[in-house]
Write a protein that binds this ligand. Structure first.
Ligand SMILES: *[C@@H]1O[C@H](CO)[C@@H](O)[C@H](O)[C@H]1NC(C)=O
Ligand SMILES: *[C@@H]1O[C@H](CO)[C@@H](O)[C@H](O)[C@H]1NC(C)=O
Ligand SMILES: *[C@@H]1O[C@H](CO)[C@@H](O)[C@H](O)[C@H]1NC(C)=O
Ligand SMILES: *[C@@H]1O[C@H](CO)[C@@H](O)[C@H](O)[C@H]1NC(C)=O
Ligand SMILES: *[C@@H]1O[C@H](CO)[C@@H](O)[C@H](O)[C@H]1NC(C)=O
Ligand SMILES: *[C@@H]1O[C@H](CO)[C@@H](O)[C@H](O)[C@H]1NC(C)=O
Ligand SMILES: *[C@@H]1O[C@H](CO)[C@@H](O)[C@H](O)[C@H]1NC(C)=O
Length: 474
């Protein structure tokens, strides 16, 4: 036996860690792989240019099935490769959100879409598993379109809620995704299935089919039952051999507070006993300051709104009742101060952000403000973390491309390293937006880190920053 005096502090720490209660999993620090399996004109304009189309449905219709398949096959093979996954991990990120359209699994003969994404999705999950990234798979496009926007694959009226065939097909796709990605061969890399991205409920006098909250809740209940059952959480787990996946629902732009205490009720085809131990529910909320109704906020108001959300998500979950929440889309685009994404499709070298020091200082502040706001600062909070939209675009638009931000230095080179952050975090978990101790360097390329967080921030602020940093590294 060793004498106690030889127990080094390091060994003590190891012992303490070994017997400490298991820490919750690390906060999610992720990026979306936007424009890969659901293409968007503004993300990859060259794909659409020959046809002058604006969504994947029309692109495929214009090309015809044969040409569409060869064109998109090339895109699926090249737009994201293993090198991107390596770069994502090197940037300190630990998760990816992968949008997929229903047509990857179920395409009707009368629809122009082509299918062939699935093997690439499998390979993506394998890369993620290999590199230690987790994956949220997200049904981004549903039959009939759930929001009428390009990101659903089809611009036009919202027809998803118009008939049961659309919801049935969606549930079939969710069953397929859950069965596949809860298998042990993926090592638990896929942590959740998001059952519908950004559904847009109908408003009076629109061309959309009626889409009420009650209908959406019905769909969510059915979808939750499908994911729970197909993921092996149900007592009848013969369909799957693997890890239960989190059911992830989008807040439909109602905000996290609206969904407090929400838990989809068991449906008739689900064992009532299993519902109480049901697969965990995760909420997804998207925070953009580029579009109505938040598209006209001043910079101070944007930072104020970011901080308001931070306070909401950092309340103890036991009192707020808000489900565990991911901020599944956010960016540095703001309506008032930047060109709109749809016009920013030319080469990036003309962008003023590259040379404009004040703009880069603002981007750094806006990034760190959202980073602090969307990251939990302690246990027991609704906040689970975030996914930035998006990792890259064809021309790496400054306010949307994460990797461009890293290159320019207004996104830290390693977002998991709290020592690289420059704005102090206050006791309420928001950055001190009035902090004047940081200005982006004149010339980019040096990483942009001028002075550390504690500088000028006062002792209290520095201590909080360290505490937040430690949590961030879990
Ligand atoms: C899911 O759909 C894909 C594409 O159609 C198919 O290759 C795969 O076998 C299906 N997987 C499951 C588990 O049903
Ligand atoms: C359901 O809606 C979709 C989208 O509008 C349409 O294409 C399809 O024909 C409809 N199916 C039925 C069975 O009505
Ligand atoms: C489990 O699955 C089997 C075969 O599919 C079915 O006969 C049985 O009713 C199911 N049991 C429950 C509790 O759902
Ligand atoms: C499940 O149990 C609850 C409470 O016991 C009951 O109100 C509900 O009707 C049951 N649901 C089903 C589908 O059996
Ligand atoms: C899954 O849900 C549970 C409960 O809401 C949560 O604690 C956990 O962190 C979630 N995991 C992910 C990756 O969403
Ligand atoms: C800005 O405000 C105008 C006038 O109220 C409104 O029409 C427009 O939609 C707003 N823009 C954004 C991006 O929110
Ligand atoms: C933030 O919350 C405060 C207090 O509820 C409110 O007065 C303010 O308008 C909110 N700010 C924004 C930008 O929404």
């Amino acid at each position: 036996m060793r004498p106690p005096s030889s127990v080094t502090p390091a060994l003590l720490l190891l012992l303490l860690l070994a017997f400490a209660p298991r820490a919750p999993s690390a906060p999610t620090r992720g990026v979306n792989l936007g424009g890969w399996f659901v293409t968007e004109q503004w993300i990859t304009p060259s794909l659409f240019a020959p046809t002058s189309t604006a969504d994947e449905w029309s692109l495929c219709a214009a090309l015809g099935k044969k040409k569409a398949l060869s064109t998109l096959n090339h895109h699926w093979r090249t737009f994201f490769t293993r090198a991107d996954f390596l770069a994502i991990r090197a940037a300190g990120l630990n998760a990816v959100r992968i949008p997929i359209g229903y047509w990857a699994v179920d395409v009707d003969r009368n629809e122009p879409y082509v299918s062939g994404q699935y093997p690439y999705l499998i390979r993506a999950v394998q890369w993620a598993a290999e590199l230690g990234l987790t994956v949220l798979i997200d049904l981004h496009g549903a039959p009939g379109s759930q929001n009428g926007q390009d990101n659903s694959g089809l611009i036009g009226p919202v027809l998803f809620p118009s008939n049961a065939s659309n919801t049935d097909r969606s549930l079939h796709v969710l069953r397929n995704l859950t069965r596949e990605f809860s298998r042990h061969v993926y090592g638990g890399a896929v942590t959740g299935i998001e059952v519908l991205n950004e559904p847009r409920l109908s408003v009076a006098d629109s061309a959309d089919a009626a889409f009420s909250m009650a209908q959406l809740r019905d769909y969510y209940a059915s979808a939750a039952a499908v994911v729970r059952d197909a993921g092996g959480r149900s007592s009848n787990s013969s369909s799957s051999d693997g890890t239960p996946l989190n059911v992830t629902i989008h807040d439909a732009f109602y905000g996290p507070a609206y969904w407090a205490a929400y838990n989809p009720p068991p449906t008739s085809d689900e064992d009532n006993d299993t519902a109480t131990t049901a697969a965990p529910l995760t909420l997804d909320t998207h925070q953009y300051y580029a579009f109505a109704p938040l598209g006209n906020l001043s910079r101070p108001d944007i930072l104020d709104a970011v901080c308001n959300l931070s306070r909401l998500l950092k309340q103890p979950q036991t009192s707020s009742g808000i489900p565990s929440t991911l901020v599944g889309k956010w960016s540095l685009q703001t309506g008032a101060n930047n060109p709109s994404p749809s016009t920013s499709t030319s080469s990036s070298s003309s962008s003023p952000a590259h040379t404009n020091q004040a703009q880069r200082t603002w981007f750094r502040l806006l990034f760190e403000a959202q980073l602090a706001a969307y990251t939990p600062s302690g246990p027991g909070q609704a906040s689970l973390g975030w996914f930035y939209w998006t990792w890259k675009t064809e021309y790496d638009i400054v306010s949307w491309s994460y990797r461009r931000g890293v290159q320019e230095g207004f996104i830290p080179a390693d977002v998991g390293d709290a020592a690289g952050l420059v704005f102090p975090v206050r006791g309420d978990g928001c950055v001190d937006a009035g902090f004047a101790g940081y200005t982006a360097p004149l010339h980019t390329g040096g990483g942009g880190v001028a002075r550390g967080r504690g500088v000028g921030g006062g002792v209290g602020v520095a201590v909080v920053a360290v505490a937040v940093g430690a949590w961030g590294l879990w």
